[in-house]
Design a protein around this ligand. Structure first.
Ligand code: FE2
Length: 362
């Protein structure tokens, strides 16, 4: 039996640095159906930045923006555009997690500190990962308030689309850096490499990439890490690295238990997805066998299907949600399958190449 040498309960929240947090919150509320449940800004005693907290079931997103000129955050946003700056973990013991991870090689970002108000206290610390991204450790066992001390509770419900939790978060790293970060997650955070895709698994006629999936001890946290591979043309990972200005989070996969409903709602609200040709659906029954869903309906919505030894999964990918071709979302519905849709890679990457060609970045 393997043992968990770095206990992490789950992904606590994902923080985005954005140019305008009020508008980002409005977008995620009205398109993705998140509820705005918390706020921290000038009115609640924060002088230089503002935070909006959005929730849908077990997913918490935090949108943070600078309120004044010269804020260090603004430089990062100027460099990357709006971006995922922190994937925060809930842990049992923040001080242990911070000091142990640093002892194993992590670069410290914020030493452990305590935030407190009348509802108790929360312990927090952060380490650096690839690019300008952090992992924050957080524990609120001694806190009875909402999210973090000093956050004002907001009740601005979104019309939920059935997103239940973060399934996985994918990082893009520079050529030759994938194995560095695979080793880093193994050595520092006790993750295991659960799946490897080489450039033969993930290639089209023109481009290729490599990917390794890392999972934490309890299996709840899954981080695929991509790097570009040699191809005739510029891969989507190279495009990302160029436009983002280095390594960063490429996509966040949100799990639903009813993908037809979730994607129907997203489409009705104007979300744009990558599309695959009808030929994909013509070949689908032979590839995945019997599934519960109606294939014509899946084709209409553009939902992809893949099967592994344990079951099948349905998934779809949005177009980038940022101006730059950087961050996008995946919606995933697992029916037993624990894999990541390898059977869809070719159709998907051809779809991405069509988008790159339009952008002139292929
Ligand atoms: Fe994914």
């Amino acid at each position: 039996m393997s043992q968990d040498n770095f206990p992490i309960r789950k992904v606590d929240h994902i923080r985005h640095y954005v140019g305008n947090a009020r508008q980002a919150a409005f977008y995620y509320q009205h398109v993705f159906g998140f509820s705005i449940t918390g706020y921290h800004g000038l009115e609640t005693g924060l002088k230089h930045e503002v935070d909006y907290l959005l929730e849908q079931n077990d997913v918490k997103l935090l949108f943070t923006a600078a309120l004044r000129p010269g804020h260090p955050m603004s430089e990062k946003i100027a460099q990357h555009g709006d971006f995922v700056q922190d994937i925060a973990f809930e842990v049992d013991d923040v001080d242990w997690a911070f000091h142990e991870s640093v002892r194993r090689g992590a670069v410290p970002a914020h030493e452990p500190y305590t935030l407190s108000d009348e509802n108790g206290e929360v312990r927090i610390a952060s380490i650096h990962i690839y690019g300008d991204t952090l992992h924050t450790f957080i524990n609120r066992d001694k806190f009875s308030g909402h999210f973090l001390p000093h956050f004002e509770r907001r009740n601005e419900p979104g019309d939920s689309i059935g997103i239940v939790e973060v399934d996985h978060c994918v990082g893009n790293v520079e050529l030759g850096q994938m194995n560095y970060w695979v080793d880093w997650y193994e050595q520092v955070l006790g993750f295991k490499n659960v799946i490897t895709f080489d450039d033969k698994d993930i290639s089209t006629e023109f481009t290729a990439l490599m990917s390794k999936v890392m999972a934490n001890g309890n299996g709840r946290v899954k981080f695929p890490i991509n790097e570009p591979a040699e191809g005739k043309k510029k891969s989507q990972i190279d495009e990302y690295l160029e436009f983002f200005g280095g390594a960063g989070v490429q996509h966040v996969a949100l799990r639903t238990d009813d993908i037809v409903y979730t994607v129907s709602r997203l489409r009705a609200r104007g979300m744009q997805f990558l599309s695959v040709p009808q030929a994909y659906y013509d070949a689908l029954p032979a590839r995945v066998g019997t599934i519960e869903e109606n294939i014509d309906e899946l084709a209409q919505l553009g939902i992809l299907v893949d099967r592994d030894d344990e079951g099948y999964l349905l998934q779809i990918f949005t177009k980038p949600v940022t101006d730059r071709p950087t961050l996008f979302y995946e919606i995933i519905h697992r029916k037993g399958a624990t894999s990541f849709g390898k059977g869809n890679f070719k159709a998907l990457f051809e779809a991405i190449e069509r988008e790159q060609a339009v952008r002139g970045t292929l």
